[in-house]
Design a protein around this ligand. Structure first.
Ligand code: ADP
Ligand code: MG
Length: 465
């Protein structure tokens, strides 16, 4: 009975400190919009970098030819080739390959990482079949999706601001990542030119727009989280170049670094942040994204084990290990709909090393997954709502004109695979928008849109165009 009381007390405290009532979400959206505006002004204190992508035109559908793309952004990296057939034939053929990044390369040297990538790419190019056509005398061209914050210098160059998402490599910050990649390709004897350097959000936006003309923003919910959207060039005070003909500029918000007193930070979040590779940074990301959700759940379970003997008198040693509970496992536990929570039980056995958990312990575990996932999804929805507000697409126009159809392209393993997360996000977004505005909003999965998007941007920025 004493144990039960303690369990209830911890859970109650978790529920309270992780709560995200709708009014709080609205406040968070407003704070985000203010930070977006500060970032666009170039205020040095702004948390959001609001990076200028140099993409002032999104794909039209007329792109044609053979293009490659490379996507480096998290646990996996992908290489892709596509034969584009213009307006009529669209994507004639595409192939991709996915390779997971050996963990030691994520904390090794820049040289090793880029050599590894270029080697995989070179091997992939060797398998190019007859269906792909490169006009005689031309160099192959590549769109490079690089999902870390970059100070873009042009559409095809940019320097790394910092690593995130568990990458920590000496000697890359401040370097032009396209130059690094190009040198590595040369070392591999690969004759290929990088014509576009894009963030994955920008790639997803481009890929999304190619599929649907009403796409105005893209959001990534994977290992990390980020968003990009189409801004009016004249609403970017820090942009000192010529106004682009289109009048538009794609902005990479780098919203993962958003921080606000309004964000519901619990003791678990603070400890996670403190012990992370980048303390004090990427706070919004640490509440939302796939790299961290499972880890937050682990920390809460550990507290329950310590304070309330959730798993018996001894605290399971495995539960002390940071990151042993991964978000895909959390998702599997959360989705267990069997009457005895059998899947959840066997996950606990595998991960925590406790066999024969009681049904009560399993229910508690699932409830913790629910609280953590729900908070992440609701905060992500608040972010999207903020962008829609910034775009003036959050409510029915005051002049009585019809609400324009608005599409947000979403991608990333978290959004794609964690059903309870994505449905909570969508429900929350509808709730924030209200019935009328939400009826013209479409959240669309742009599966691997960033790869094709990068290839499309490589095409529109081809040296031969
Ligand atoms: P990245 O963000 O690394 O480029 P992805 O978009 O593929 O790659 O996202 C991978 C991330 O998505 C994983 O780190 C994991 O956190 C999350 N994820 C993958 N599968 C699932 C799943 N079944 N349930 C919940 N999260 C998942
Ligand atoms: Mg990715």
């Amino acid at each position: 009975a004493e144990r039960k009381k303690k369990v209830a007390a911890v859970i109650e405290e978790v529920e309270r400190t992780l709560a995200t009532p709708t009014a709080l979400l609205r406040g968070i959206s407003d704070a985000l919009v203010l930070e977006m505006e500060r970032g666009l002004r170039g205020d040095i204190h702004s948390q959001l970098k609001m990076l200028i992508s140099y993409v002032d035109n999104l794909p039209t559908g007329d792109e044609h030819g053979l293009f490659y793309a490379l996507d480096l952004g998290g646990t996996n990296f992908r290489v892709l080739r596509v034969q584009l057939g213009g307006r009529e034939k669209r994507v004639v053929k595409q192939q991709y390959e996915e390779v997971s990044i050996p963990p030691h390369l994520m904390i090794g040297t820049s040289l090793e990482l880029f050599d590894f990538i270029a080697a995989v790419l070179a091997k992939f190019v060797d398998t190019e079949g007859d269906e792909y056509h490169l006009p005689v005398g031309r160099q192959r061209e590549l769109g490079f999706t690089f999902s870390f914050p970059v100070n873009q210098l042009s559409i095809s160059s940019g320097t790394l601001i910092k690593w995130t998402k568990g990458f920590s490599i000496n000697g890359t910050v401040g370097e032009d990542v396209v130059a690094e990649l190009s040198k590595a390709m040369e070392r591999q004897g690969l004759d290929m030119k990088v014509t576009a350097l894009v963030n994955d959000t920008v790639g997803t936006l481009a890929g999304g727009r190619y599929m649907d003309n009403d796409v105005v923003a893209a959001v990534i919910l994977g290992t990390g989280t980020n968003a990009a959207y189409v801004e009016h060039a004249n609403a970017i005070p820090k942009w000192t170049g010529l106004l682009p003909k289109s009048g538009n500029m794609v902005i990479n918000t780098e919203w993962g670094s958003f921080k606000s007193d309004k964000l519901p930070l619990s003791e678990y979040d603070k400890a996670l942040d403190f012990e992370s590779l980048n303390p004090g940074e990427q706070i919004y990301e640490k509440l939302i994204s796939g790299m961290y959700l499972g880890e937050i759940v682990r920390r809460i379970l550990l507290k329950l084990a310590h304070d309330a003997a959730l798993f018996g008198d001894v605290v399971p040693a495995k539960l002390e290990l940071p990151f042993v509970l991964r978000t895909p496992d959390m998702s599997a536990m959360h989705h267990d709909a069997s009457h005895d929570l059998k899947i959840l039980g066997s996950k606990l056995k595998d991960i925590v090393g406790v066999a024969d958990t009681s049904l009560e312990v399993r229910y508690i575990t699932r409830h913790i997954c629910d609280i953590v996932a729900e908070r992440g999804a609701r905060l992500a929805a608040a972010g999207i709502y903020g962008i829609l507000k910034k775009l003036g697409r959050d409510k029915v126009p005051a002049d009585g004109s019809p609400m324009p159809r608005t599409v947000v392209a979403l991608d990333g393993g978290l959004y794609e695979h964690y059903k309870k997360f994505s449905s909570c996000l969508e429900a929350t977004l509808s709730d924030l928008l209200g019935e009328e505005a939400s009826s013209s909003l479409v959240a669309k999965l742009a599966n691997d849109g960033s790869g094709i998007g990068a290839a499309l941007l490589a095409a529109s920025h081809s040296q031969y165009a």
